[in-house]
Ligand binder design. Structure first.
Ligand code: BTN
Length: 242
């Protein structure tokens, strides 16, 4: 089946729109691009604000039936990072960050929000939402949440060219994920893992500080502290400031 592509001047949220359509029975694979979102959503219920013109916001919705779902957000991150720039890394579970010349985290370039519609069964309607900074956002920099944009890495980066690269990579990655799961992405993720071997702070009260040691075959983050190894399958971590 083909993919319909739709560009809207303004929506509440491209994810919300595609989830709503799926709920009403429209499961046509669709790439929905918005020039402006007035109720963009980030992970963990946070709002997602992006500057119109300086960023790219789109969602890809399609039915999927992989054998296992674990690691889907990492697979999406790998596909986008590989398609867009060698200096992009994935910050578990699904942020795109840039690194400086020494490989140190520089700033967040984009975010991924994956949502599904349908019962917990083998097949669900998946909506992969992506927000990417192309140019410098107008907001004042916040040292606790450093921001990055693609034009810093690539003088020639534009939103339309980035959309073509990102969407093509995403469609291919979702097909591969359906056939082979996270196994097809694990090595590629390792090469782009922002947190690997870094000291991180987690949101889990029993695990305030630990060292990141990659992910398991389901994409869960592996952490080590003085008490041993731990597995984090959801939540939030931040790189500990040195
Ligand atoms: C995050 O970093 O918290 C994830 C941000 C995801 C933002 C994108 S923009 C397109 C799509 N529509 C939304 O409302 N959110 C996602």
């Amino acid at each position: 089946p083909g993919l319909s592509v739709e560009v809207l001047a303004e929506v509440d949220s491209t994810n919300t729109r595609l989830l709503e359509r799926a709920r009403q029975g429209d499961a046509t694979p669709c790439l929905l691009v918005a020039e402006r979102q007035n109720a963009g959503r980030g992970r963990q219920g946070r709002p997602w604000q992006s500057a119109p013109g300086a960023s790219l916001t789109f969602s890809l919705g399609l039915p999927m039936a992989p054998q296992r779902w674990g690691g889907l957000s990492l697979a999406v991150g790998v596909a986008l990072a590989e398609a867009l720039h060698p200096q992009l890394r994935i910050k578990w579970p699904n942020d795109l960050w840039t690194v400086d010349a020494h490989g140190a985290p520089a700033g967040k370039l984009g975010g991924i929000l994956i949502e599904t519609q349908g019962h917990a069964g083998p097949s669900r309607h998946v909506v992969v939402g992506v927000g990417l900074n192309i140019e410098a956002p107008p907001a004042l920099p916040d040292p606790r949440n450093p921001v990055a944009w693609l034009r810093q890495l690539d003088d020639a980066a534009t939103a339309p060219a980035t959309l073509t690269l990102a969407a093509t990579a995403l469609v291919g990655a979702l097909k591969l994920f359906e056939l082979r799961g996270f196994a097809a992405f694990a090595r590629r993720f390792e090469a782009r893992d922002l947190l690997r071997n870094r000291a991180v702070v987690t949101t889990r009260p029993d695990l305030p500080e630990a060292r990141a040691q990659g992910v398991d075959e389901d994409g869960a983050l592996l952490l080590r502290d003085s008490r041993g190894q731990h597995r984090l399958d959801s939540g939030e971590v931040s790189v500990r400031p040195c």
